[in-house]
Design a protein around this ligand. Sequence first.
Ligand code: FE
Ligand code: FE
Ligand code: FE
Length: 188
Amino acid sequence: MSITTAEELFVDELKDIYSAEKQAIKAYPRITKAVSSEELKQALETHLDQTKGQLERLDRVFEILEKRSGGKTCEAMKGLLEEASESIEEVDEGPVLDVAIIAAAQRIEHYEMAAYGTVATLAEAMGQTEIHELLTQTLQEEKETDQLLTGVAEGVNSEALSANEEDEAEDDEAEQSKSRKTAKSKSK
Ligand code: FE
Ligand code: FE
Ligand code: FE
């Protein structure tokens, strides 16, 4: 299908976001399961609930436009979720994986912010007041989630870094007791 008008492009962009939200809803539980921090888990669970509401808003948008929501796959979200899965496979569970999951989640939020920003602005230009309102509400939620994650990252980052320090301290201690033993056996 070739797109010739701004209205057609608008619908196409909306289908892309619809696909993105659906993919996110499917992937969120698996990502949340891999999280250690209670605060992060909470933030992701809250956003999963929000995301279900966002999909309903899009259903309403398609209803107003009298268009179908399906038929498109958001390849970018697919890729972002693949990267999240990669982290879950590669990074040891704990605060370090939490840092990686926040990184992945914030990439997703920024993608959504860009996408909703575009369609909200287009809706306004088209005089689609109700659609503009619905899309702006979602855009706001994505922004708030991004900021929330930045806040959560503060605690998680320092935990991840101090876990590393503890490991090093243990290593140092082991090293020292080893050299003490060596010194003893030498003095015999
Ligand atoms: Fe969303
Ligand atoms: Fe996309
Ligand atoms: Fe989101």
